[in-house]
Design a protein around this ligand. Sequence first.
Ligand code: NDP
Length: 450
Amino acid sequence: MPYVKEVFEYLKRSSPYQKEFYQAAEEVVESLRPLMIKYPKYRKHKIIERIVEPERQIFFRVNWVDDNGEIQVNKGYRIEFNSALGPYKGGLRFHPSVTAGVIKFLGFEQIFKNALTGLQIGGGKGGSDFDPKGKSDNEVMRFCQAFMSELFRHIGANTDVPAGDIGVGAREIGYMFGMYKKLANKYEGVLTGKSLNWGGSLARTEATGYGTVYFAKYMLEDRGESLEGKRCVVSGSGNVAIYTIEKLYHLGAIPVTCSDSNGMIYDKEGIDLKLLKELKETNRQRLTEYVKYRPNAKYTPSEEYPDGCNGVYNIECYAAFPSATQNELNLNDAKNLLDNGCFCVSEGANMPSTTEAVDLFVESKICYGPGKAANAGGVSTSQLEMAQNASMVNWTFEEVDERLAQIMKNIYVSASQTAAEFGEPTNLVLGANIAGFKKVADAMIEQGLV
Ligand code: NDP
């Protein structure tokens, strides 16, 4: 379809050096071919040309002072991508690898993910190249306050509601909320992932990891399979990885790996979840510490995988849960997984598999849940937090978890039914992209050219 090519040529000329964004956009647009043929109205209304352009992009400077009294300067971003379905919603990422292209890819994915949840939320994303690792609590607070001193004028409970992502957890959300409240003179649900003491929702911390495992469960059930008694590999050791491991244990599976950017742990008997939480959530330590307490576990530094492969995917498993970062799972990793008998990949991270790895998973017809469907539990529960804030009620953990499981089921059903409608029943990439796009595109047409 030369039309799609033309759109990309233009995109690459007008937004240069944004490779992660092209990767995300190309995957979505490529899978829309059959939809565009079936419904010419989307082309007539130039939905693809419009949807790849953010409605608004905010780039700003963040000045702050470190503990040595030195001035530091970082870049801040908020990309308000698409508000056809509701207020912009999506996390903030604090990591040195953050660029405009990374935030744009995340924001773009967020549009379709949010649409798939069936909730009234638009897509957005933001963050900074600030690295919270190794910073004191006071430095993190000063940075968060400086970041919010610009962001506050662009967000609001009914406008744009950021949340956490890599490097942004309850501590950072707390500091940012404090500054927002002071500057806006409003106590409102402007951020999600808040502490339980003052407006947070039970089960929000657990939601992305739990949701990714629920998604795997529903994919497997449809094939008469289950996770019970199965060895699973998980990458990452942050919020998503920890609660993926927790839910895998709830379902009787055995998670045997986790990782951070320096290396990975292989614990044959199953990851010691209590120890992992203590190291990561309480003490903010590196994974090298893990083997001091579990001498039978093995730590392998990342340098042993110079081709970019993460050692996690060399371990024999039935199911894999990539939960660290984008492009962490390449074609070699995908081949290793399949050669070792892996039958299910459910993505907790955003775009963790390279294009070639995704193609191989789809071709092999294993249960493959792409991130925008499989990790939508986090944003769904964020919306449940917004609903509780707006109505001033608090639901129990069980109530939220039940709703989360139901939303994940709905997402699975919607993606798999759409995939079947277009003749590829196991291709959830196609199903998720078409189902998400259609919802947003129809809303854009109904709301006119704005
Ligand atoms: P955290 O900051 O809590 O944890 C991130 C984990 O991934 C850490 O273990 C980190 O290791 C590792 N990691 C980060 N960058 C790299 C890298 N370049 N190479 C290897 N490991 C890396 O983030 P989350 O758990 O919240 O997020 C993980 C993924 O899940 C991201 O892709 C995020 O976008 C996605 N996601 C998160 C949601 C949420 O609700 N939190 C919702 C939906 C998706 P280290 O400590 O060494 O940096």
